[in-house]
Design a protein. Structure first.
Length: 158
């Protein structure tokens, strides 16, 4: 994994060219719906988008991000709170520094430490229903993973 994963891209709908974009998928495949990020990662990788799967440790990518300083970061993760559908929000719009991710580290703090501003970070997630160890992701999360991958692919062209 290196800085070559960041590619030139354009975010549709915002009308501005981006020099670099990066997609980070998170989650634990052994905890039911927390596998959401892995499911999306597998779909996006087939499309050759600049995507990495970081398991449950988003901090492991911070060294690369602090060097590359991408103009856009998309985080894909299962969430603790939310509705039944796909949730898309800029990290800067979230008032709680811990956000509603299944990770204990504050995503806002983590990205600020890497020198990235929260307004350049988009979270794409879905509320996890079952986080039991050993369970498979629910059919609902599988469908939402396809929706999330489609949403990201439509907005990010390489």
């Amino acid at each position: 994994m290196d800085a070559r994963l960041c590619r030139e891209s354009k975010l549709r709908g915002e009308g501005k060219s981006l020099r670099t974009a990066f997609i980070i998928c998170l989650g634990n495949p052994l905890r039911g719906d927390d596998a959401f990020g892995l499911l999306v990662f597998r779909l996006l990788r087939r499309l050759r988008l600049p995507v990495v799967y970081m398991g449950t440790a988003p901090e492991n990518i911070m060294n690369i991000l602090s060097r590359v300083k991408p103009e856009l970061v998309i985080i894909v993760d299962a969430l603790i709170e939310g509705g039944d559908g796909l949730i898309v929000s800029r990290l800067s719009n979230e008032s709680d520094d811990t956000f509603v991710s299944t990770h204990s580290l504050s995503l806002k703090l983590l990205f600020r430490l890497a020198g990235l501003e929260p307004e350049n970070i988009i979270v794409v997630g879905a509320k996890a229903g079952n986080l039991s160890v050993g369970d498979r992701p629910s059919e609902r999360m599988r469908k939402l993973a396809v929706e999330a991958a489609s949403f990201i692919a439509r907005r990010l062209t390489i």
